[in-house]
Design a protein around this ligand. Structure first.
Ligand SMILES: [Zn+2]
Ligand SMILES: [Zn+2]
Length: 305
């Protein structure tokens, strides 16, 4: 907290409301943008950094997760958008969505909430900064790109392992309840799976900061928001002509993971297609055809010898 205390020295004249603190911070720190002021005022007002980060992280997760699912729930009810649905004969019912959302919320409260308080002390121990001002946008973008690559690698291997018979039955089967996924199903999983796969999202940045000494909590939040969008979009069941995968050919998008839910095998990575491509674990009819063609070619070559 050294940066913030140095920047804001003398700015705090004991106001007792959050807005009062915000006004004080704004008066003496005109160089900060509005988000940085709101951020600094939050930590000054809370007077407990672990609690401040914990509450903010939990709230952010809930707002982004459920907030991002709402537009897809609306699209499901508009027949025009059905043409963009990958398995378009399967529209989730309200009952299915309600049951799914309830379990996700229960898991957030019983699994995530007790552990969230550990993040601040662990991350700051390894050198994470949470003062103001925030880092440059280029720094954040580069780190977020690295976190996407790290998480995708983690996800590929652990997700693939979760498809091993006994582990699948014990842990991962719950996530495969919905063979035609929808946004809310992104975090519909057993607590063990949630913890295991969440380590890929949180462990990457912690490893990064322990190696480079450079990471800001705000960057971490931007990364988590990006990762939540990725997870929800890939479960949404919608592939639009303007979806990111049509611009970035190695971006997995919804198609990749939707096929995984439909076929229960292959396409194990989360954000990118390169692991499944390189290790020949791609799923779906095109991948099967490619595999068949390759086998036929090999058999022909053998005959010709
Ligand atoms: Zn799976
Ligand atoms: Zn899934």
């Amino acid at each position: 907290m050294a940066t913030m205390n140095a920047t804001l020295a003398g700015a705090f004249s004991n106001p007792d409301t959050y807005l009062g603190v915000f006004e004080e911070v704004s008066k003496y720190n005109v160089q900060l943008n509005v988000v940085e002021r709101l951020w600094a005022a939050w930590y000054l007002w809370m007077q407990n950094d672990t609690l401040a980060t914990g509450i903010m992280s939990f709230m952010m997760h809930e707002i982004v997760y459920f907030g991002r699912c709402i537009p897809y729930m609306v699209l499901d009810r508009i027949p025009y958008f059905n043409r963009f649905k990958i398995q378009n004969q399967k529209i989730p019912t309200w009952k299915e969505q309600w049951e799914c959302a309830s379990l996700v919320l229960l898991s957030h409260v019983t699994v995530e909430l007790p552990q969230i308080w550990l993040f601040h002390p662990i991350a700051t121990y390894f050198g994470m900064d949470f003062g103001v001002p925030f880092p440059k946008i280029q720094t954040m973008a580069l780190q977020i790109a690295v976190f996407f690559v790290m998480e995708d690698t983690w996800h590929y291997w652990f997700h693939r392992a979760l498809h091993y018979g006994p582990l699948y039955k014990m842990i991962h089967k719950l996530h495969h309840t919905y063979s035609a996924p929808f946004g809310l199903a992104a975090e519909y999983a057993s607590p063990i799976e949630t913890m295991l796969l969440a380590l890929g999202s949180v462990g990457g940045p912690i490893l990064w900061v322990s190696l480079t000494g450079e990471l800001h909590l705000f960057t971490m939040y931007m990364w988590i928001i990006g990762r939540l969008f990725q997870a929800i979009d890939s479960h949404s069941g919608y592939d639009f002509p303007w979806s990111l995968r049509h611009i970035l050919p190695f971006w997995a998008g919804a198609k990749h993971h939707d096929v995984h839910h439909e076929k229960f095998i292959g396409n194990y990575a989360s954000s990118f297609t390169w692991w499944d491509w390189a290790l020949d674990t791609e799923s779906g009819p095109e991948a099967m055809k490619r595999r068949r063609d390759r086998k036929m070619k090999a058999a022909k070559a053998k005959k010709a010898q």
